[in-house]
Design a binder for this molecule. Sequence first.
Ligand code: UDP
Length: 477
Amino acid sequence: MPPHALIFPLPMQGPVNCMLKLAELLCIYGISVTVLNTDHIQRTLLRHTNVLARFSRYRNFRFRTISDGLPDDHPRSSERFLEVFEGMKTVTEPDFREMMISGCFGCGSDNPVTVIIPDGSFSFVLDVAEEVQIPVIYFETVSPCAFWTYLCLPKLIGAGEVPFNGKDLDVPVKGVPGTETFLRRRDLPSFCRLNNVANSITEIILKEARYVPRAHGVILNTFQALDASILVHIRTLCPNVYCIGPIHTLFNSRFTTEPKPLTQTPQSDASNSLWEENTTCLAWLDTQVTRSVVYVSFGSMARMTVNEMFEFWHGLVNSGKPFLWVQRPGLVIGEYDVDQVPKRLVNETGKRGFITTWVPQETVLAHSAIGAFLTHSGWNSTVESIMEGVPMICWPRNVDQQVNSRFVSDVWKIGIDIKDSCDRVIVEKAVKDVLDVRRSEFMESVRMLSELGGQSVAEDGSSSMDLDRLIESISLL
Ligand code: UDP
């Protein structure tokens, strides 16, 4: 049977982006690939990208879709994302099972699936896969450091360390080997804090921690040199780990210096954006001084109150630095009157600010004018920033972001973690620290990591070799 991978991303920008990159990489190495997107994600992708044209060049590729069980007009926003999991439980799970058992992917079809590569949070996929005896290789699109805390979660709960209330957040956490000297309660994933949705998310993550180690392997979007201290622990529970990151760099490298014979030529213009990209910001960046601009973006899901938005805005303006701010639709919770915006903010933003709804982030981070990234510490954003040598100011919101930001500040020492506060004075100070006061220290560390990341995707680099190993495993399964 020819190898045929079924890739099944979590319906969110970050996972969709890096799993489509994996899909394209597998295609160019001759593996048949089907990407199974939710209807909603597929519609959004088609609206804003050329994915259909791009992937139509691969004879061995196809898209399939499945319902996420929610009505078209559901916002699928971060605070209602649990409803996506609920919709998937009632509608997607049985539909997926039917597809695998008797439908288009089953052994009776013309090109049966030989391996499934789902998002790490899709525990139900392993149940179905075991029933039909198809191996699963999970793709953990969160960071290794956060994934390691997930794997430790049963013990943390057993020891009474988790959950905790909003007090004493600086208490050190003892139950995550390898992090004892720097991890505090406030750095654990957001669902470890007691609140009304935390229990349901914890249930999903606990299941993930039980299921992922049972799979044939797990793919991580990192490189060995970045996460060596954590990978050693992950491997005690998941021995077969493929570190093929930074996947966007590995992907880009295959457009230029591919050392191995390919069955098909990869295509450029590889946007997987779920929003329309504004590229006029690039011309604005061209007019700015080298390494002077703060790029501000909180990813595809994170949200903030009107008050938090104004604190950031004041802090940025008070820093006196130019800024490019992505305010995607839905970023701010609630409405505010434009007359509420102080005249000074409007005037100063006119002089040295650029606000837009969505940008080609990888290209923006690669621009020589960018000197700092004020980020929510999503894992893709973190890796993209590292690879472009841009130090970060971290304001984490959900899930893995709290852990990532602690690693940025205390392990890799490539930025400042302002978690749990966005007071304008703190924002202003962080911007000045990263762009001026501690600039050389951060730049040196992040450049070193970026170089190591570059080496990992070169021929014989650790990520290239893990990709080769992954392709070989898929071919043999
Ligand atoms: N992104 C983008 N344009 C923007 C903002 C974000 O292309 O204006 C991309 C970014 O490059 C990254 C993804 O959206 O690949 C966000 O993923 P991340 O894991 O950082 O955060 P999430 O959105 O999952 O919270």
